[in-house]
Design a protein around this ligand. Structure first.
Ligand code: T4K
Length: 368
């Protein structure tokens, strides 16, 4: 039996991709905001129900350059229960991350704990819609309004998620999506910044920052980077977008089977579906409580590995304990995040995972 990895990239038919990239050969236009790039931006604006989509070479650079474009200063309130990218993007902008604990049920920022962390140096809140779970966007919006703070969402996991019929990128000042190969929607590598309205000319600033800060042939007015999505990435996005709804539906079936088998088992905690949220089934996290369940998550992970089934501990360790941040932050400040990170295992999830394989994974987890 072949390996079952934590995820597996969705792919269009080979012929479909070849057809999509044919005109790249004819035009010899390979990158720098070409036709495919522009077409994908337009299609994503429709799909995500948002005014502006700005594409990037990857999600991390999208976030890093977004923080730069926003001109943030001082401190940014965020959570450590995330991928390295979120915290690094803050620090690489010369800003100080201030870590807020997470909600024990959604694993997103605990909005009730944000206000006590606000100082006169705070310029923004950077919450993460972790696993595709929506943050408490209403409470966060209210806090930001009261304290005149920017809200930037790390929406890397939330492509296609909607709340009360609105695309998730409608919330906050801007959102970053990742289109990495492991994501529900991908462009091989890739990412985007999405936002509504454009009073401050953010779209133009982002356009400049991903292209060395070049405004026109003779004007370089920002210290930019190179983070342009190329035409082959955009072509993969155009193909994948055609099949996305079906892929999400198939993921939904896998999640439903996991829930059927694991919900209510003493010592296991699953993420609950959120009210008024259209989900994208990005990840399937399970918390293993060894004081109740017969084994801890490391033992379960090892047991599955012996059967060539590979889970991941997203997100362990939490970012405020990373070696590169040693002695700068304390995990004691975020006890819930620390506890969740020690118990969580994300189980294999992708559109083509068979229900028989889900059953086999669940049997292995449940049998002593
Ligand atoms: N913010 C958050 C909250 C994020 O989770 C991420 C990325 C970002 C920001 C930054 O976005 P990007 O700059 O990446 O666009 C993976 C992904 O590389 C990363 O994108 C993702 N989060 C993170 C949660 O997972 P690794 O180091 O675990 O990847 P890796 O190579 O171990 O792959 C995991 C599994 O995916 C493999 O076992 C098999 C499968 N896979 C992997 C690749 C590379 C495929 O099926 N196809 C592939 O091409 O980070």
């Amino acid at each position: 039996m072949g390996d079952i990895l934590v995820t597996r990239s969705s792919m269009p038919e080979f012929a479909e991709y070849v057809e999509e990239i044919k005109d790249i050969w004819d035009s010899r236009w390979l990158t720098n905001m070409g036709k495919k790039h522009c077409e994908l931006e337009k299609q994503l604006e429709r799909y995500l129900k948002v005014d502006h989509v700005s594409l990037f070479a990857n999600g991390h650079m999208a976030l890093e350059l977004l923080l730069q474009a926003m001109g943030l200063t001082g401190e940014v309130i965020t959570t450590p229960f995330t991928f390295a990218s979120t915290t690094h993007a803050i620090v690489r902008n010369g800003l100080k991350p201030v870590f807020c604990d997470i909600n024990p049920d959604t694993y997103t920022i605990d909005a009730t704990k944000i206000e006590s962390l606000i100082t006169e140096r705070t310029s923004a809140i950077l919450p993460v819609h972790v696993y595709g779970n929506l943050c408490d966007v209403e409470a966060i919006e209210e806090i930001a309004r009261r304290h005149h703070l920017k809200v930037i969402y790390d929406a890397a996991h939330t492509f296609g998620v909607e709340y009360q019929g609105r695309g998730v990128a409608a919330f906050g000042d801007a959102s970053m999506f990742s289109f990495h190969a492991t994501k529900v929607f991908h462009t091989i590598e890739g990412g985007a910044v999405c936002f509504n309205g454009d009073a401050d000319g953010l779209k133009e600033d982002l356009y400049g920052l991903k292209n060395f800060g070049i405004r026109d042939e003779v004007t370089v007015d920002a210290v930019g980077a190179n983070s342009k999505m190329n035409e082959f990435q955009a072509a993969m996005g155009l193909c994948n977008l055609r099949h996305l709804d079906r892929e999400i539906e198939k993921r939904g079936r896998v999640v439903a089977r996991y829930r059927e088998r694991l919900l209510g088992v003493p010592g296991l905690k699953l993420s609950a579906p959120q009210d008024k949220v259209k989900p994208n089934y990005a990840y399937f996290p399970v918390l293993f409580d060894p004081s109740v369940f017969y084994a801890d998550r490391d033992a379960i992970s090892e047991k599955l590995k012996k059967e060539h089934i590979f889970t991941r501990k997203y997100f362990y360790p939490i970012t405020n304990s990373f070696a590169c941040y040693r002695d700068r932050y304390s995990v004691e400040d975020t006890p819930v995040a620390l506890d969740v990170s020690r118990k969580v295992l994300t189980l294999p999830l992708y559109a083509d995972l068979s229900l028989e394989d889900v059953d086999r994974i669940c049997d292995l987890i449940l049998e002593r």
